[in-house]
Design a protein around this ligand. Structure first.
Ligand code: ADP
Length: 644
């Protein structure tokens, strides 16, 4: 076994690989870009080397710099993770030329599977069923159109160098073919620098079922299937293992085909053989076709680990170090059911736009496996994939595992960025999904319901308001009581375009009522814990003018700055009023003094913060209407200015 390995990746996969490798007693070297100097994977590593600038091509894709880092730090092997250089045969050759071990398949195996058309031809020869279609070299549009007609519509045009759904077009009618071909080729040219395409029969109601394989360079075993049919625009959203409705007969047929595929290319390490399955009439052993093989560890490998008890990274390290396959096919079996949901920083209502931001708070409940590469305080930067974590659950049955997924998502807490958590939660609660009726079109069919933005109810708003009022956590509740008791007090929150006003009344140290939108919520402190209309309070996070209530996948509100309202409401700007009830801490203004717009006039303490009130315009101080230490009502006049 190696004693030091380098992980040529970042984020959750780098952390995932290190967790196992360090657990096996290996020393781990991380590489990082300038944007990642403080990242979790760097902190976790035993040594770390900066390999360049934030853009991947300046760092994580610089094979030469990464190999140099490995040699410098005494690493004997390089684990590529997924993405970046993981399926780059030139990198594999360079690693080996430097006398290091690449933890993964050979360059030839990667090349054999690198282009979809060549891979499909190879699989056909190995007796693996492939989707009917055209894989030829003749790329003349007229010829492709004839081939498409022969295959029969609908057809799918795919970039041979494709990945991530790019360069792919569904064509339902012959008259749309030429146009779709042009667009697929243009996209493929931009994304892959290769505009060759293949044409496939489009499978209606398709399911994406893939088989995890593991080879030692000669023989291979499979670790059963994963169902990745829950996709949005060809991107996986929730994966599970085993596939719902799978029969022993079909599993055997798919497993055999996948092993044949791996053995045909002398596969070494972890790989995935992806099949498309016709789900229109249930799963049948003659209803699956090879799509492509991914020659790396996949994002969704944890669901396989959950049902087999195998640590795939441990297997990768052992096999790369020259050990035999740790288990034979007969020794592998499935236990229970597992799901993985991909939690992203993305703006779902805006069309799933990737989001950025600082994670003000990040916490996962017990009972789930959360593979993450970020921590509270970390920034989701625009340079990389905005994945926050993979939430993985396991249970004895699919039904129980799915309930655990729902619960695990509901108890996941993220503040500081928008996420797809509510969308994942809606999917986990989808009736068709629960019934196992999965196909790649499910999300698109029900998109409107799945992306509906849940609105916070009065109880949630009340919790946000009480949290920012400072009343709830007053060290000595009686002080708060004395301060607030006689007055009602307004808290203003923003959520999207909505302004939410909450009227808060303190009736005693342990009792507050909050009125918003015509509803009244009773907050009472029982045994030191607040309850709202009798139900326990959710966790709440407050920072930098934002409050997040962790109920129903989380609701975030911006706390309106009362001073913004004060200055805009101040009419001619001559009268400086208290924007909220509070105590006058100091008065800087002196009668007769000439002041300029923005000059400090007095300081008010309210909502546990000091607020500086400034002149809204140039002028002369005409009158000071309060003294230091005075308690004032909201709207009380403090200072009056007049024209100079
Ligand atoms: P990429 O490599 O770009 O991800 P794939 O070939 O893996 O492309 O296909 C991505 C997804 O597209 C599949 O998971 C499936 O949902 C859909 N798909 C691919 N081929 C077909 C087909 N022949 N018929 C129907 N859907 C397909």
């Amino acid at each position: 076994m190696f004693d030091t390995i380098l992980i040529a990746n970042r984020g959750e996969i780098a952390c995932r690989v290190m967790r196992t490798a360090q657990g096996m007693g290996l020393r781990c070297v991380a590489v990082y870009s300038e944007a990642d100097a403080g990242a979790a994977h760097v902190q976790m590593a035993d040594a770390a080397v900066c390999v360049g600038g934030p853009a991947p091509r300046d760092s994580y894709l610089r094979g030469d710099a990464i190999i140099a880092a490995a040699l410098e730090t005494g690493a004997q092997a390089i684990h590529p993770g997924y993405g970046f250089l993981s399926e780059n045969p030139d990198f594999v050759e360079a690693v080996e030329a430097a006398g290091l071990t690449f933890i993964g398949p050979s360059a030839e195996a990667i090349r054999a599977m690198g282009l979809k058309d060549a891979a499909k031809r190879l699989m056909q020869e190995a007796g693996v069923p492939v989707v009917p279609g055209y894989l030829g070299a003749d790329q003349d549009p007229g010829h492709l159109e004839v081939e498409a007609a022969q295959i029969g519509y609908p057809v799918l045009i795919k970039a041979v160098a494709g990945g991530g759904g790019k360069g792919m077009r569904l064509v339902e009618r012959p008259e749309d073919f030429v146009d779709a071909l042009e667009r697929a080729k243009a996209e493929a040219r931009t994304a892959f620098g290769n505009d060759a395409v293949l044409i496939e029969k489009f499978i209606e109601k398709p399911r994406h079922i893939e088989v995890q394989v593991f080879g030692d360079g000669q023989a291979a075993v499979h670790l059963f299937e994963r169902d990745c049919s829950l996709q949005r625009r060809h991107q996986k959203v929730i994966e599970e293992a085993p596939a719902p409705g799978m029969t022993e007969e079909m599993r055997q047929a798919m497993g055999d085909a996948a092993v044949r595929a791996a053995e045909a290319i002398g596969y070494k390490g972890a790989g995935t053989v992806e099949f498309i399955v016709d789900g229109s009439e249930g799963l049948r052993p003659d209803g699956f076709w090879f799509m492509e093989m991914n020659t790396r560890l996949q994002v969704e490998h944890p669901v396989t680990e959950a049902i087999t008890g195998v640590d795939l990274v441990e297997w990768q390290l052992r096999v790369a170090a020259g050990e035999a396959l740790p288990l034979s096919q007969d020794e592998l079996s499935i236990e229970g059911h597992a799901f993985e949901a991909r939690l992203y920083a993305e703006d779902v209502p805006a069309g799933f736009l990737p989001a950025t931001g600082r994670l003000a708070h990040l916490a996962f409940p017990g009972g789930v496996r959360a593979d993450s590469g970020v921590r509270t305080g970390d920034v989701i930067s625009p340079f990389y994939d905005p994945m926050i974590a993979k939430v993985v659950v396991h249970g004895p049955t699919r039904d129980i595992a799915l309930r655990r997924l729902s619960q695990g998502l509901a108890q996941t807490q993220v503040a500081g960025t928008v996420t797809n958590l509510a969308f994942l939660g809606a999917l986990a609660g989808h009736a068709g999904f629960a019934a196992g009726e999965v196909d790649t079109g499910l999300i698109a069919r029900d998109l409107d319901a799945l992306v509906a933005v849940p609105e916070p109810d009065a109880r949630v708003i009340a919790q946000a308001a009480l949290a920012v009022s400072g009343v709830a956590e007053a060290a000595d509740p009686l002080t708060g009581f004395a301060l607030w008791q006689p007055r009602a007090h307004w808290i203003r929150l923003h959520r999207g375009d909505a302004d939410i006003a909450v009227r808060l009344r303190v009736h005693g140290p342990d009792r507050v009522t909050l009125e918003t939108g015509g509803a009244t919520v009773e907050a009472a402190r029982v045994g030191g814990l607040w309850r709202f209309d009798g139900a326990p309070a959710a966790d709440v996070h407050v920072a930098r003018g934002r409050v997040t209530v962790f109920e129903g996948y989380g609701f975030a509100f911006d706390v309106a700055d009362p001073l913004d309202r004060a200055s805009s409401a101040a009419g001619d700007g001559n009268l400086i009023e208290a924007p909220m009830p509070g105590r006058v801490v100091s008065v800087a203004a002196r009668v007769g003094a000439v002041v300029a717009k923005g000059d400090r006039l007095c300081v008010l303490e309210a909502m546990k913060m000091e607020h500086t009130l400034t002149a809204a315009r140039d002028g002369v101080v005409a009158e000071i209407l309060v003294s230091e230490g005075a308690q004032v009502e909201a709207g009380a006049a403090l200072v009056r200015l007049e024209e100079a």
